[in-house]
Design a binder for this molecule. Structure first.
Ligand SMILES: C[S@@+](CC[C@H](N)C(=O)[O-])C[C@H]1O[C@@H](n2cnc3c(N)ncnc32)[C@H](O)[C@@H]1O
Length: 278
C-alpha cells in the first residue's frame, strides 16, 4: 500500500521535520528512512531497541492476525470504534501506539467510512516490524516501526492516542497529544480468558486491576465489555495462547493441557478507558 506522509512526523534521531520524496522520509540532516515494500517506514533507532528483534515475533503476529480476522474479538473492535467515532473527523490525527497487525485501526476506519465521516489522519506504529508487515498492507496510512519511548511525532500534534493491550509510555503520550487530546486505554479485566487461564495455571492469580488514572490525565469515560466467544477449536485455541503473554508464562504441563482441549469457549472481559490530557 502507498505510504501516507504526515507533516507532524519527526526524525527519531534529531527531532527535525521530515520530507517525503515518494520512497523515503528525509530530515534536513540527511537522516533517511526508506519505505518498505509493504508500505511502512522503519523509524526505530538503535537506542530504541532493547533486543535484535523487538516486540512481538512473527509467529505471534501471525497467530493474532488469524484470530482477530476470524472475528472472535469483533465486539471489542466495535466497542472501541463506537466509543471513538464522535471524536474523529478529517481535521484530527489518530495514533495507534503499539498497533500490532492493525485490526482495531482498520475497523475504526471502516466504521468512519460507513458513517459517511471524512477520514482522519491515521498513524499506526509498533516496535515489531512483523506487525507492520501485516498492518501496512491493510490500507494507505502512516505506518511506522517505532517505539512508545520515542514516538517520531511533533509535540502536541495528535488528537487521539490509542493504547490497546499495549506497553504505555505516558510521558511520551502526553508529549505528542494536543492539550485536551484523548488517550484510549484498552485493558484486560479480572475475568479475561478465565477458561484458558484455568487450564494453564494450577491456581488462578488475581488479574492485575486496571491501573489508576496516569498523572497529567483526567477520566472522561469508562466502559466495560464482557462476552463469551463461541466454542473455539484446537487451532484457534493455540493461536489465542500464542498471542497472549500466557504463552511465555505457562509451564510445559500447562501448555500440554491447553493442547489437549478440542473445544473451548472463553470469556472476554476488557475495560475501555477514555482519558483527557490536562
Ligand atoms: C498485546 S500486543 C497488542 C497489539 C494491538 N494493540 C492489539 O490489541 O491487537 C502488544 C503490542 O505492543 C508492541 N510493543 C511492545 N513494546 C512496544 C513499544 N515499546 N513501543 C511500541 N510497541 C510496542 C508489541 O510488538 C505488540 O504488537
Amino acid at each position: 500500500m502507498p505510504f501516507r506522509h504526515h507533516p507532524a512526523l519527526r526524525c527519531p534521531l534529531d527531532g527535525l521535520p521530515m520530507e517525503w520524496d515518494s520512497h523515503s522520509l528525509r530530515c534536513p540532516n540527511k537522516h533517511s528512512f526508506d519505505r518498505a515494500r509493504q508500505g511502512y517506514c522503519n523509524l526505530l533507532s538503535a537506542q530504541d531497541k532493547r533486543s535484535k528483534d523487538p516486540g512481538d515475533s512473527q509467529p505471534m503476529i501471525a497467530a493474532r492476525h488469524r484470530f482477530l480476522e476470524a472475528g472472535h474479538y469483533y465486539p471489542v473492535a466495535e466497542g472501541i470504534a463506537q466509543l471513538l467515532l464522535p471524536y474523529v473527523d478529517s481535521s484530527r490525527l489518530v495514533v495507534d501506539a503499539g498497533c500490532g497487525e492493525g485490526y482495531y485501526l482498520n475497523h475504526l476506519r471502516d466504521c468512519v467510512q460507513a458513517a459517511g465521516l471524512s477520514e482522519p489522519g491515521i498513524l499506526g506504529f509498533d516496535i515489531s516490524k512483523w506487525a507492520l508487515q501485516v498492518a501496512a498492507r491493510r490500507f494507505p496510512g502512516t505506518w511506522l516501526v517505532a517505539s512508545n519511548r520515542n514516538i517520531p511525532l511533533e509535540d502536541a500534534s495528535a488528537d487521539l492516542v490509542m493504547d490497546m493491550f499495549g506497553f504505555p509510555d505516558f510521558p511520551s503520550f502526553s508529549r505528542v497529544l494536543k492539550s485536551s487530546g484523548l488517550l484510549l486505554r484498552v485493558q484486560t479485566g479480572h475475568e479475561h480468558l478465565r477458561e484458558l487461564r484455568e487450564l494453564i495455571y494450577p491456581q488462578l492469580k488475581a488479574q492485575r486491576p486496571a491501573s489508576d488514572i496516569p498523572k497529567g490525565f483526567t477520566l472522561r469515560e469508562r466502559a466495560a465489555l464482557t462476552f463469551k466467544t463461541a466454542d473455539l477449536d484446537q487451532e484457534v485455541i493455540a493461536d489465542l495462547l500464542l498471542m497472549t503473554p500466557h504463552f511465555f508464562r505457562a509451564s510445559a504441563e500447562g501448555r500440554a493441557r491447553v493442547a489437549a482441549v478440542s473445544s473451548l469457549a472463553v470469556t472476554v472481559d476488557v475495560s475501555l478507558t477514555l482519558l483527557q490530557r490536562d
